[in-house]
Design a protein around this ligand. Structure first.
Ligand code: TRP
Length: 450
């Protein structure tokens, strides 16, 4: 059945690839400030709960559907039911999924390109090329285009090498590197003056803030992005898992690694912000909240590095290198979605498919860059606020309602013979049927009317 399809060669390889997909810019630039501004350790607890209550079940739906079909999302969803209409809507869901995945990549590559530019800038600074270093950190069309193209070329290069030789091999190299670098940066920043205040702000629990319904819905949305759900990324990675693996366990590990890295990033970002404050850098917005997202990464942190002299330049290189790696292990998982489809459905040659589809997506990124004010925010909102939840909803319906229960059980038994006796089988089936669709509907409702 798997035939000439790729397959991950080991459990470690899958865990690195799937958690590499999950761990990305979202974890490092989203989570820490969100936690600090919304109840610290209390938010952390709520987020942990949410990740397991909503994101994990949907992740499992994708992994199980993928491994069962051992094929891309279009074919996997088409096969779920013999009914013609159901099968056509399934195929359509898969197609919309790979379009949304491609659009997410088109904006992700722009931001990831900036990470490369900032990393190169610090290297140029070290080499004494001041003017070039400045050019690399100033917002401009050519800088943006060039750095996006470099990032896309790296992404395409890895995906074109295949599942084992490309995705698995590079995830196995890059993920441990990411963890070690992150840990080293945390330890270093904690020794600097001001860091402890940041730690307090990050961790001081305030349940009154963490429990607001609005915040919980937002956090659910970010959990969705953080676990790469809704577009068939995890489905396609699941399709490369061998039949003797215990899927609920693997999914659980991936969820935990994703949360762990987000929490660990908080131990870097928050202390760093208060070191910056100590060094005279502004870290609050006019409304009094902590500066977050792009301004945090591209303004506050570089200003902090600039106050640190030579060590600052080195830290900048290491930090932006870390961000580039985090982005790369995620972007390859996005590109794999349309590439796997082209390879399987049209017998396309992988190299060619990767370069053509990747080239097309780079073209879309270029169009976004040419109309940045108009398009960038629009594409982000369309794909992450609407596309992902709506598609995630469909995955739950297919796994929960349209798939026969005995077929599902058989699929799970493959790598987990006693699955019926475990907690997973007692909870997950009705959960993905009822609870997940309801929660996702609430998220979509909030995006539409909230
Ligand atoms: N999860 C990644 C992050 O946190 C981004 C990502 C990778 C993604 N693949 C995806 C987001 C597919 C949505 C869909 O940065």
């Amino acid at each position: 059945m798997a035939g000439s399809r790729g397959e991950f060669s080991s459990r470690f390889g899958f865990v690195m690839a799937a958690s590499g997909s999950a761990v990305g810019l979202g974890n490092i630039w989203g989570f820490p400030t969100q936690a600090a501004s919304n109840g610290g350790a209390a938010f952390l607890l709520v987020y942990l709960l949410l990740a397991f209550l909503l994101a994990y079940p949907v992740l499992m739906a994708e992994l199980i559907l993928g491994r069962h079909a051992h094929s891309n999302a279009v074919r996997a969803l088409r096969q779920v039911s013999p009914l013609r209409n159901v099968s056509q809507i399934g195929a359509l869901t898969g197609i919309v999924g790979f379009i949304v995945a491609s659009l997410i990549l088109s904006f992700y590559a722009i931001v990831a390109g900036w990470m490369i530019a900032f990393c190169l800038s610090a290297i140029a600074e070290l080499a004494g090329a001041r003017a070039f270093a400045n050019w690399l950190t100033s917002f401009g069309l050519w800088r943006n285009l060039l750095s996006m193209l470099i990032f896309m070329a790296l992404t395409i290069g890895i995906v074109s090498a295949g599942v084992k030789e490309g995705i698995e091999r590079w995830s196995e190299r890059l993920m441990p590197m990411l963890l070690i670098t992150l840990l080293a940066l945390v330890l270093y920043v904690l020794t600097l003056e001001g860091a402890m205040t940041g730690l307090e702000v990050y961790l001081l629990p305030d349940f009154s803030r963490a429990l607001s319904p609005q915040l919980i819905l937002d956090a659910l949305g970010s959990a969705f992005f953080s676990l790469s759900l809704g577009v068939g990324t995890m489905l396609i990675y699941g399709s490369y898992v061998s039949d003797d693996e215990n899927l609920p366990l693997l999914g659980g590990i991936v969820t935990l690694v994703d949360i762990f890295v987000a929490v660990l990033a908080g131990f870097l970002v928050l202390p760093a912000m208060y070191v910056a404050l100590h060094n005279g850098v502004e870290i609050f917005t006019q409304a009094g909240a902590l500066i977050s997202e792009d301004t945090l990464i591209f303004t506050v942190l570089p200003q902090l590095f600039a106050t640190m002299g030579l060590p600052g330049i080195l830290v900048a290189i290491i930090f932006f290198n870390l961000m580039t790696i985090a982005a790369l292990t995620s972007s390859i998982s996005m590109l794999e979605v349309p590439v796997a489809y082209a390879v399987e459905e049209f017998n396309a040659e992988r190299h060619l498919a990767a370069w053509m589809i990747g080239g097309l997506i780079a073209g879309i990124s270029g169009i976004i860059l040419l109309n940045f004010e108009l398009l960038f925010g629009l594409v982000v909102t369309l794909t992450t606020r609407y596309g992902q939840p709506i598609l995630g909803f469909m995955f739950c319906i297919y796994a929960g309602w349209l798939w026969r229960r005995d077929a599902l059980l058989q699929e799970l038994r493959k790598g987990y013979p006693n699955v019926e006796r475990g907690l997973f089988w007692k909870i997950w089936p009705w959960y993905v049927k009822l609870v997940c669709p309801l929660i996702i509907a609430a998220i979509i409702g909030r995006s539409l009317f909230g």
